[in-house]
Design a protein around this ligand. Sequence first.
Ligand code: GDP
Length: 426
Amino acid sequence: MVKAVVGANWGDEGKGKITDMLGKESDIIVRFQGGANAGHTIVNDYGKFALHTLPSGVFYDHTTSIIGNGVALDIPKLFGEIQSIVEKGVPAPKILVSDRAQIVMSYHKLFDAYEEERLAGKSFGSTKSGIAPFYSDKYAKIGFQVSELFDDDLLKEKVVRIAEQKNVLLEHLYHKPLLNPDDLYNELMEYKKMVEPYVCNVSLFLHNAIKEGKNILLEGQLGSLKDPDHGIYPMVTSSSTLAAYGAIGAGIPPYEIKQIITVCKAYSSAVGAGAFVSEIFGDEADELRKRGGDGGEFGATTGRPRRMGWFDCVASKYGCRMQGATDVAFTVLDVLGYLEEIPVCVGYEINGEVTTEFPVTHLLEKAKPVYKVLPGWKEDIRGIKKYEDLPENCRKYIEFIEEQIGYPITMVSNGPGRDDIIYRNK
Ligand code: GDP
């Protein structure tokens, strides 16, 4: 049985915690897209970890963690992360890396930084992990696939060709030092040494695992609104964040994905530039940011303060629809316990008309939030295990949002730990 855990919003919904929790019943956890540009924060018995590359399953000794072909594979980061968790006492994880994954090169990171510098104030707010240049090269067919590390003749020819092409931009657009083919070759040889023990024909491995009835979890990064096709283009990421892409980025048939657990946070947060209709500012935002998540809403990778906002039913309904949510996991609800009243964005006013359908970007930029204010519950709900035991106003908040988004909230997360979860039978 294959399940996916994906985000309904802008990322940082708490997918790491849900994946970690579901990892208990999983044999295999697969990352299928994205790179080291986002992070999951996971709190468990070993401590608190920010993972950027490793799947969240690495903390269980019964799971195999897979880096699928759809991932932007940052080999030194991956190995740094393996080392860092082993140092904290986690048993060495079983890891497989797809022979069809492509490699983030050091020049991808340089190009990312140079482009941000060139765009200055008009930049996209990239984390400079090389993700956009990496995926551009993949689709321009000038990327390095893991399998190519084992074809020396090909590599020797290719490094010359790549350096020639990249150097045109480095010299004339960015005015930066040029690439040397020998350095590229040496870099690739370093990566080969690191990755060799883990390389695997992942789609075949998963094909056999599905036949054997194994439980497989696909772990998404970021959320629907960062999808390059269906998100807030161009303020999006460079690989698809949708569960449907899990089939491609892992190499399995789409009909095998039976459950799509779409994670929705009880309020909104976003990083980087782009329209954010229910955004709040000033003291109100500072307070929510400070109390948010587990120790504040600051980027797991960059430490940047996240932009904060009230729950957005329009964006979340759309986010769930694009994921094809079979279940919604509603997270970080405990954080809202301090509020007397909680505004919820129920519509967008665009050119004088109110809509509940998420618009394309140029209209999104004109959208003004329409709020409904719900009463708060003014109580700490951490530790509650049964839905009926939640305060009435808290249940009303959940049920109101469920009705607005139109997808079943089957899990409510009321704390950062693995066991802070309330299941609802729907
Ligand atoms: P991801 O990228 O979607 O995994 O999201 P993050 O790693 O940014 O997770 C958001 C933060 O919220 C992390 O610090 C989690 O530990 C924390 N978190 C997850 N679920 C809950 C919850 O239900 N309550 C609280 N208070 N924190 C949570």
